[in-house]
Design a protein around this ligand. Structure first.
Ligand SMILES: [Zn+2]
Length: 341
């Protein structure tokens, strides 16, 4: 986040706003009372551990607060912080802005009743709820390496929210979901699972051939874009081989829809790729041309000279045949079920 901000500040004037932590009332729009209460109680776990150990353990195991999501002091307030930023961006768009960013958000694995995959609260789901106050149909577009399972689960059967996620297949990666036929009762949950090792041009082609016709049919009035960068070839968590330029082209496609858009961050675990990809995306979404080169001192410190990847780092095309089948199945079986806007 710091690297992204310093890079952005060099290249453009950022209208940076400090947001309030999200209110409990807002959290309860997308999470259960018991879960919010458990996060709150476990945030005090250190101070109260001698008396609460048994109860704390029970709460932690019931609500997924272990493993990737261990309780920590102030967990409740810290998590309300990142959701607050996205809620603020969402209200800004609801109230008329064409676009607003909450790059600290995009924690798409949190469920109504459970923490998962580093995610405590579902900022993306709250963004959708806030946009729904003004717009009758909204779409969530998730280009993170991982399936956006939390947001999908919270909105699964609601015809007024369409969720779209393109990701590495659950056969080879956490969270093990996101298959084509998880469409929900309203036909508004769309998943594009890609095989491990899929390269960038195949990813982009699959995105264009699925997201564009689906959004064209559904006709959302506003969009939440989750732009995790972890599908990048250098990211250590997964097995997709997307380059910055392919990923950025997908971001640009969403932007070309010209709809009111709330933009969040998401996953991304390689410090040489995340800041340049997010910066390039923010510039693109703001209609500012992305320069070729990263300012010298930062480039030197980070070991990345350019925003886009070098052509010489292109891996040989992989995945086109299997992805053709995935796209074909989506167009044949899923697209016709999407409610027409
Ligand atoms: Zn991810």
């Amino acid at each position: 986040m710091r690297r992204t901000l310093s890079l952005l500040n060099r290249l453009t004037e950022v209208d940076l706003r400090i947001s309030d932590r999200v209110s409990e009332e807002d959290l309860l729009r997308v999470h259960s009372e018991e879960y919010v209460e458990a996060v709150k109680r476990l945030s005090q776990v250190e101070e109260t551990a001698p008396r609460w150990t048994r109860r704390a353990e029970d709460l932690a195991s019931e609500f997924g607060l272990y493993g990737d999501n261990p309780p920590f002091p102030d967990m409740f307030d810290v998590s309300r912080g990142y959701v607050g930023v996205v809620a603020d961006a969402s209200r800004t768009v609801r109230d008329g802005a064409r676009i607003a960013f909450g790059l600290g958000g995009g924690l798409h694995h949190a469920r109504r009743n459970r923490a998962s995959g580093f995610c405590i609260f579902s900022d993306g789901s709250l963004a959708l709820a806030i946009l729904r106050e003004r717009f009758s149909r909204v779409a969530y577009v998730d280009i993170d390496l991982h399936h956006g399972d939390g947001v999908q689960s919270i909105w699964l059967d609601d015809p007024s929210v369409l969720t779209y996620s393109i990701h590495e297949s659950g056969k080879t990666l956490y969270p093990g979901t996101g298959f084509i036929h998880e469409t929900g009762s309203a036909g508004t949950s769309i998943n594009v699972p890609l095989p491990a090792k899929t390269t960038g041009e195949v990813f982009l082609d699959a995105f264009r051939r699925t997201a564009l016709p689906i959004l064209d049919r559904y006709r959302p009035e506003a969009i939440v874009l989750q732009m995790g960068t972890d599908a990048h070839a250098m990211d250590p968590l997964g097995h997709l081989r997307v380059l910055a330029q392919d990923w950025l082209a997908a971001v640009a496609e969403v932007n070309q829809l010209g709809l009111p858009t709330v933009v969040t961050g998401g996953g991304g675990y390689h410090l040489g790729t995340v800041p340049r990809m997010w910066t390039a995306a923010v510039l693109t979404l703001a209609g500012i041309e992305v320069p070729n080169e990263i300012p010298d001192d930062l480039a030197h410190a980070w070991g990345t000279p350019t925003f886009m990847d070098q052509e010489s780092s292109l891996p040989p095309t992989f995945g086109s045949e299997e992805v053709d089948d995935v796209v074909g199945e989506i167009i044949r079986d899923v697209l016709p079920q999407v409610p027409k806007g």
